[in-house]
Design a binder for this molecule. Structure first.
Ligand SMILES: [Zn+2]
Length: 240
C-alpha cells in the first residue's frame, strides 16, 4: 500500500497550535448579560423569556429584550451624532489589535504622566483601557455614582494618540448627571469608540496585550453589547 506523506507544513501547524495553547491565556473582560443585571439609570433592564423548554418542546429557546447599551458594550458615533457612523460600518479588523491597560489614577498630573509616557514611547496601542477598580461596586447603587473620570487634559492627550477605542470598568466616560456628554462627544467626534462596563482589568494594569472586542452584529447600531477578550502571550504571563 502506498503511504501518503504529510507535508511539513502540517506538522508545523500542529506544533504552532500546541505552542500557542501552552503559552497563551485569555481573560474575559465582559459582564454576563442576565435579567436583573445593573443598567444605566433610566435604561430598561434586559428581559429574558422562555419560548420553549426541552421537557415540553424537545429544545430550549429564549427571547431577549435589551437596550443597545446593556452590560459591557461599545458606543459608536451614532450614539451622540445624527450623522455619526454606526458600529456595523466598521470593518471587523477594527475590533482586534494591540492594547495597553492603564490604572486610572485620580490626580490629573498622574494620569498625564502615564499618557505622556505612552505618547513619547511611540508605543501607541490600538486600544487604551482604564482600570479603575470600580468594578467592585457593580451590583450596588454606588456603581452609577462618583465613578473615576478622565481629566480633560488627559482626554486631549488620548485624542493625540488616536486609539481605535478606549475602555473603562465604570459605567460611562461622562457623569450620569452631565447630559451634555462632553467626553462622549469629544472622543466619538474623533472616531474613537468607547467601551463601557468592562470587568477583569486588574491583572492587566500596566501591560500590553492583544484585545478582541466583538460587538453583536446589530444593523445601524448606535452601540452594542460586546464580548471582549484580552489575549496574553508568554511574555505577559511570565511577568510578575
Ligand atoms: Zn454606552
Amino acid at each position: 500500500m502506498l503511504k501518503r506523506e504529510l507535508p511539513v507544513s502540517f506538522y508545523f501547524r500542529i506544533f504552532t497550535f500546541f505552542f500557542y495553547k501552552m503559552t497563551t491565556k485569555i481573560i474575559d473582560l465582559s459582564h454576563p448579560i442576565a435579567a436583573g443585571m445593573p443598567v444605566y439609570p433610566g435604561t430598561p433592564a434586559p428581559v429574558v423569556k422562555t419560548l420553549a423548554q426541552i421537557a415540553s418542546d424537545g429544545y430550549r429557546e429564549d427571547s431577549l429584550a435589551l437596550s443597545s447599551h446593556t452590560g459591557t458594550h461599545i458606543d459608536a458615533p451614532a450614539h451622540v451624532f445624527l450623522d455619526g457612523a454606526s458600529l456595523d460600518q466598521y470593518p471587523p479588523e477594527t475590533f482586534l489589535g494591540t492594547a495597553f491597560c492603564m490604572a486610572l489614577l485620580p490626580e490629573e498630573s498622574l494620569q498625564l504622566e502615564v499618557l505622556r509616557w505612552l505618547l513619547e514611547a511611540e508605543k501607541a496601542p490600538d486600544f487604551i483601557l482604564f482600570y479603575t477598580a470600580w468594578e467592585q461596586c457593580w451590583g450596588t447603587p454606588a456603581y452609577f455614582d462618583q465613578y473615576p473620570m478622565l481629566h480633560r487634559q488627559s482626554a486631549e492627550l488620548i485624542g493625540s494618540l488616536s486609539p481605535r477605542a478606549i475602555g473603562i470598568d465604570a459605567p460611562s466616560f461622562d457623569r450620569v448627571s452631565d447630559t451634555a456628554y462632553p467626553l462622549h462627544r469629544f472622543f466619538l467626534a474623533k472616531n474613537i469608540l468607547l467601551i463601557e462596563n468592562m470587568c477583569g482589568l486588574k491583572p492587566l494594569a500596566g501591560q500590553f496585550f492583544t484585545l478582541l472586542c466583538a460587538p453583536l452584529p446589530l444593523a445601524e447600531a448606535d452601540g452594542a453589547p460586546a464580548r471582549i477578550f484580552a489575549v496574553l502571550d508568554h511574555e505577559n504571563i511570565e511577568r510578575p
